[in-house]
Design a protein around this ligand. Structure first.
Ligand SMILES: *[C@@H]1O[C@H](CO)[C@@H](O)[C@H](O)[C@H]1NC(C)=O
Ligand SMILES: *[C@@H]1O[C@H](CO)[C@@H](O)[C@H](O)[C@H]1NC(C)=O
Ligand SMILES: *[C@@H]1O[C@H](CO)[C@@H](O)[C@H](O)[C@H]1NC(C)=O
Length: 551
């Protein structure tokens, strides 16, 4: 029979060496048996001494490449050339040495857990070792934490957990946990490698808003409604949705209607806006409370009231120089047209509404408006002016319209309405109807009074009938003939009803005409007559003399 021991060859051994011997128990050392090797690696990895049966290696082996070789052995009798033993199969095993380093799988390791968690699994790390997992400790792996204690630990084999519950993201939000793996059960002659587990803490709402200070703002009294007064902000250690908050102003005060607060969702600030017009002269200071409340409170971490905070706002109204204000929106004065130049018509006045009362001057100095030229109602019956008041220091100004109405004075004499050229037809009585005009405009209307110039003797030829506002010239006798006289002069007085009354005297030239049957006096007849007297027509008209008398 065959005699052999278990055959082993250590891997990675560079030297050629005898690893064992195959023998037939009939071999007496006479070199009569020939040993032959065949199978895996025969000839190039393993050779056999054909006389002694010693097997030796030819090259170094790698267990991780091939862990065992199956070979066949023959023992042949050299004399008979017959097999001395039946062909037999045997196995050469490659013995493991610790020539592989453990390797982490599935790197990199990234993990995130919510802050404030109880002890929890962060990651599972796995390393592999190519060495023989069965023989020896070459592939027996041990994990440990190189960096990350005391917050993290590795549980029995490969599980990394937080050993520090309630970790606070606001204190630190990322940890690099370095894990080492060692083979040989961690003995000092083993191999090792390490990996990093990046652990991030995610936010939970474990902080409420907190105001860091009180706020004071100033706003000019003329600020438009909608103006931003200022911004306030409560701190919140959390991020994202856990830091979102809504601001409000204490609404049980009258102040709350003057200002409103809006939340800037980008910056998480409270923006205070003016909601009502301000007036420094009425109210100079507003004090109110502002509140910030988290939108997503989480009562697992804090009490509900800890998700809100308050602060105090002071808003000071600043005085703004406002333009002067006239005491009346418009002025209307009446002045008689005959007032003397220099007379004061009236005064406008303006005041400065600001609290610091600056001297206000209306130009001219005290706002008194005087007459500088003689007024004539008949030329211009209204004088409408715009008066501007300007503050002397900052030139803020405003203006007012002043209407000055010129009142009528009886300063015009009444006159006959036109140049009458009366004539009397031979043999008739009514000669002429007269009317008068006057540029004045008495409030009660015109009343003209006509009369003849009083003389010692009553005029025997004509009389005048006053019809109230008109008058008729009547003949006192029935017959006038051109034979007796061709012309008569008749002075007529017309007076108005003014106080004082004014009057004028016009002298009418009454011609005697030989009229046509319809009573019409041919102009030629009169003119020819006038020429025959050697007097021009202009001279005749010039005879109408005006006398202005004040009676
Ligand atoms: C306005 O000033 C003028 C001259 O400066 C003066 O004569 C006049 O009396 C003043 N009028 C008033 C109303 O003060
Ligand atoms: C002045 O104002 C009066 C009253 O408003 C108006 O009747 C008049 O026409 C105005 N005169 C002029 C010249 O503007
Ligand atoms: C009146 O008429 C007569 C006759 O024509 C004339 O002589 C006389 O002067 C006239 N008197 C007056 C006052 O015109």
């Amino acid at each position: 029979g065959w005699i052999w021991k278990q055959l082993f060859v250590p891997e990675e051994d560079p030297t050629s060496r005898v690893i064992g011997q195959l023998r037939s128990d009939s071999d007496r050392g006479e070199r009569s048996i020939k040993y032959i090797l065949s199978g895996e690696g025969a000839g190039d990895v393993f050779v056999i001494d054909e006389y002694t049966g010693e097997i030796r290696t030819l090259k170094k082996l790698d267990r991780e490449e091939k862990a065992s070789y199956v070979l066949q052995a023959q023992a042949i009798n050299r004399r008979t050339n017959e097999p001395e033993e039946p062909q037999s199969e045997f196995i050469i095993k490659v013995q493991d040495i610790n020539d592989n380093i453990p390797q982490f799988q599935n790197e990199p390791y990234v993990s995130s857990i919510p802050e404030m968690s109880p002890t929890t699994t962060v990651a599972r790390v796995t390393a592999t070792d190519a060495d023989d997992p069965v023989f020896g400790n070459n592939a027996k792996l041990i994990y440990s934490i190189l960096q990350g204690e005391p917050y993290f630990s590795v549980e029995p084999k490969t599980i990394i957990v937080t050993s520090w519950p309630n970790m606070d993201r606001e204190a630190r939000d990322q940890y690099l946990v370095v894990v080492q793996v060692k083979d040989m059960l961690g003995l000092s002659d083993g191999h090792s490698s390490s990996t990093t587990v990046t652990v991030s803490l995610t936010d939970v709402n474990d902080n409420g808003p907190t105001f860091q200070h009180l706020y004071a703002f100033a706003i000019p009294e003329d600020a438009a409604v909608g103006t931003t007064v200022g911004r306030i902000m409560a701190e919140d250690g959390d991020i994202g949705i856990n830091a979102q908050m809504t601001y409000s102003l204490e609404d049980d005060l009258e102040e709350s209607s003057t200002f409103i607060i809006k939340t800037d969702t980008v910056t998480q600030e409270g923006v205070i806006l003016l909601a009502k017009a301000l007036d420094f002269e009425t109210k100079r200071r507003f004090v109110m409370a502002a509140e910030a409340v988290n939108d997503q409170p989480d009562t697992r971490f804090l009490l509900l009231e800890e998700f809100r905070d308050r602060t105090t706002l002071k808003i000071v109204v600043e005085d703004v120089d406002e333009p002067p204000v006239f005491l009346s929106p418009t002025y209307e004065w009446k002045v008689p047209e005959n007032v003397a130049v220099g007379t004061a018509v009236g005064s406008v006045s303006a005041i400065d509404s600001d609290t610091v009362n600056k001297p206000v001057k209306v130009d001219p100095i005290n706002g008194t408006i005087t007459v500088t030229k003689a007024l004539d109602r008949e030329t211009s019956n209204w004088h409408n002016l715009t008066v501007e008041a300007k503050e002397t220091q900052n030139h803020l100004s405003s203006s007012v319209v002043v209407f000055i109405k010129v009142l009528d004075i009886n300063d015009n004499v009444p006159r006959l309405a036109r140049d009458y050229q009366p004539y009397i037809c031979e043999g008739t009585q009514l000669i002429q109807l007269l009317s008068a005009v006057d540029p004045d405009e008495p409030a009660e209307g015109h009343h003209f009074y006509f009369s003849m110039v009083p003389e010692k003797h009553i005029n025997p030829n004509f009389t005048l009938r006053d019809n109230q506002n008109t008058a008729g010239i009547l003949a006192r006798r029935s017959t006038f003939t051109r034979k007796d006289r061709t012309q008569y002069l008749l002075p007529v007085v017309v007076a108005d009803s003014g106080s004082p009354a004014l009057s004028s005297t016009s002298t009418l030239t009454i011609s005697v005409c030989s009229c046509q049957p319809d009573g019409h006096c041919p102009a030629g007849g009169v003119k020819a007559l006038a020429l025959s007297m050697g007097v021009s027509l202009q001279t005749l008209m010039g005879l109408v003399v005006c006398l202005v008398t004040f009676s």
